[in-house]
Design a protein around this ligand. Structure first.
Ligand code: F6P
Length: 552
């Protein structure tokens, strides 16, 4: 395709546009009766089953989507973060250099360091073992590791490896987050990992300076060398900050922040908590999906199918959002992570060549574990706006509970909902059904469900380190597929810059007003009023206060 040509000018796109018009009259109730169609819409990889029969699509739709994918395929566009979990003998080039040996050098260094900390051979400044870790980082330097940590936290194998240890994440620049993170921890037994690709992110650096103060005020400035390590691409700034470069774990510019959980960003804190061997299983799981993504034909390729269905839902059926609904509390941080990966990657208004997009791209992602979400926003999904849903279920619970005398186990209870919801959305409830149930006339409009609401179900055999890696990689590739088809650059994020630079202007104003009493200037009426109110109402804060660390 010529560089400035948009995908919407292609024949497959136009074909899908006319197809969607004919297709709009079809109801999922009827589509679900076609067994052959349903069977073809079930795809399995390594025990992970994707059932997309409840998507508003036919096999014909799928064929047309495959043709679309052929145009903007991933060919010649490397998704380099796969190198982070590639086997030692793999060869993956970035700028003419095989990057796999560099990746493994860092992994070996993490293995060595985390074993020393975990075994107690690396001790803190007062000779005590470091049993607690606070990882400071934000965005991609936080959400992925938090998701994996939360998912592993109740895995029986991981529980054993984590005995006696704690891992916490400090992300928000809000001092309340600092207070909550250090609450109950002793600097003598705490290791702080500063995670920042650039080592310039304002929130992370302020939090890093705050915890450096927490450590040095308790143990003396020399303690920093034993209690603070870093993960970054900018080793010069790491050293300038006062962290020994020997205790810095590198990654590289070719790793996008939101795709960095498999680099030292995630591997270091997770290895400190669970041991490197556990984290290796997670990396292997992700790598197995990388191979599947590379080799499986489109119609059997889980990430490709997921990505194409998203494009269909957003750009053709006009559904702007997607709900991510894991029926597992262990996956409670999955949706927040995918929000960043997806919305920071594909929330774009121009093509990769800078041409404004005449079609919708990007998705609004949100989600909550089931069944909690059912008691929160599902009402809107059932009877309000149409929001395609991803239902994620687990066959074997990490923590099975059976109560004698109950009809089913607690996990079966959870999964009953996982199986019921997609059908409720697809079929809805008709007037005939309501009449049969003798529903009073005045309640009929309120109790009617239109149905025809799309979803897909992903059933994983269990939730261990390997499956968690597979789930992560499936979504990472899905999002890349969407970006490739839409013809956008999924690996930049200029949209987050404007707010950051305006915050710099506000920060300068707050400093000038507090220290020199300068009036608020250079802002619009609204911001001036709000800033003035804020400054006046907090004027009891001294201009040059003593260092104050939270104590709770
Ligand atoms: O790792 P860093 O450089 O501190 O950046 C943190 C995050 O900030 C962002 O640039 C967005 O503001 C993300 O893309 C990134 O993951």
């Amino acid at each position: 395709m010529a560089s400035t040509t948009l995908i919407c000018d292609s024949e497959p796109w136009k074909d899908l546009k006319s197809h969607v018009e004919d297709f709009k009259k079809t109801h999922l109730r009827d589509l679900m009766n076609d067994k052959e169609r349903c069977q073809s819409m079930m795809v399995e990889f390594d025990g992970m089953l994707l059932d997309y029969s409840r998507q508003r699509a036919t096999l014909d739709t799928m064929d047309k989507l495959y043709q679309l994918a052929e145009i903007n395929s991933t060919e010649n566009r490397s998704v380099l973060h796969v190198a982070l979990r590639a086997p030692r003998d793999a060869v993956i080039y970035s700028d003419g250099k095989n990057v796999v040996p560099d990746v493994w050098n860092v992994l070996d260094k993490i293995k060595d360091f985390s074993e020393k900390v975990r075994s107690g051979s690396w001790v803190g400044a007062t000779g005590k073992p470091l049993k607690d870790v606070i990882a400071i980082g934000i965005g991609g330097s936080f959400l992925g590791p938090l998701f994996v940590h939360t998912a592993l936290q109740t895995d029986p194998e991981a529980v054993e490896f984590a005995k006696g240890r704690q891992l916490r994440f400090l992300a928000n620049v809000d001092p309340i987050d600092v207070a909550r993170n250090i609450a109950g921890l002793n600097p003598e037994t705490t290791l702080v990992v500063v995670v920042s690709k650039t080592f310039t992110t304002a929130e992370t650096m302020l939090n890093a300076r705050t915890l450096r103060e927490w450590i040095s005020s308790a143990l003396g400035p020399f303690a920093v060398a034993k209690h603070m390590v870093a993960v970054s691409t900018n080793l010069t700034l790491v050293e300038k900050f006062g962290i020994d470069p020997n205790n810095a774990f590198a990654f590289w510019d070719w790793v996008g922040g939101r795709y960095s959980v498999c680099s030292a960003v995630g591997v270091l804190p997770l290895s400190l908590q669970y041991g490197f061997s556990m984290v290796e299983k997670f990396l292997n799981g992700a790598s197995s999906i990388d191979q599947h993504f590379r080799s499986a034909p489109f119609e059997k390729n889980i990430p490709v199918l997921l990505g194409l269905l998203s494009v269909w839902n957003v750009s053709f059926l006009g559904y702007p959002a997607r709900a991510i609904l894991p029926y597992s509390q262990a996956l409670e941080k999955f949706a927040p992570h995918i929000q960043q990966v997806s919305m920071e990657s594909n929330g774009k208004g121009v093509s990769i060549d800078g041409v404004p997009l005449p079609y919708e791209a990007g998705e609004i992602d949100f989600g909550e574990p089931g069944t909690n979400g059912q008691h929160s926003f599902y009402q809107l999904i059932h009877q309000g706006r149409v929001i395609p849903c991803d239902f994620i279920g687990i066959v074997k619970s990490q923590q099975p509970v059976y109560l004698k005398g109950e009809v089913v186990s607690n996990h079966d209870e959870l999964m009953s909902n996982f199986f019921a919801q997609p059908d409720a959305l697809a079929y809805g409830k008709t007037l005939e059904q309501l009449l049969k149930e003798n529903v009073p006339q005045h309640l009929i409009p309120h109790k009617m469900f239109s149905g025809n609401r799309p979803s897909l179900s992903l059933l994983l055999p269990s939730l261990n380190a390997c499956n968690i890696g597979q789930l992560l990689a499936s979504y990472e590739h899905r999002i890349a597929v969407e970006g490739f088809v839409w013809g956008i650059n999924s690996f930049d994020q200029w949209g987050v810059e404007l707010g950051k630079s305006l915050a710099t202007q506000v920060r300068k104003q707050l400093h000038a007003s507090r220290t020199k009493g300068e009036p608020v200037e250079g802002f619009n009426f609204s911001t001036t009023t709000l800033l003035t109110r804020y400054l006046e109402a907090s004027s009891d804060i001294p201009a040059d206060p003593p260092t104050l660390l939270p104590r709770i």
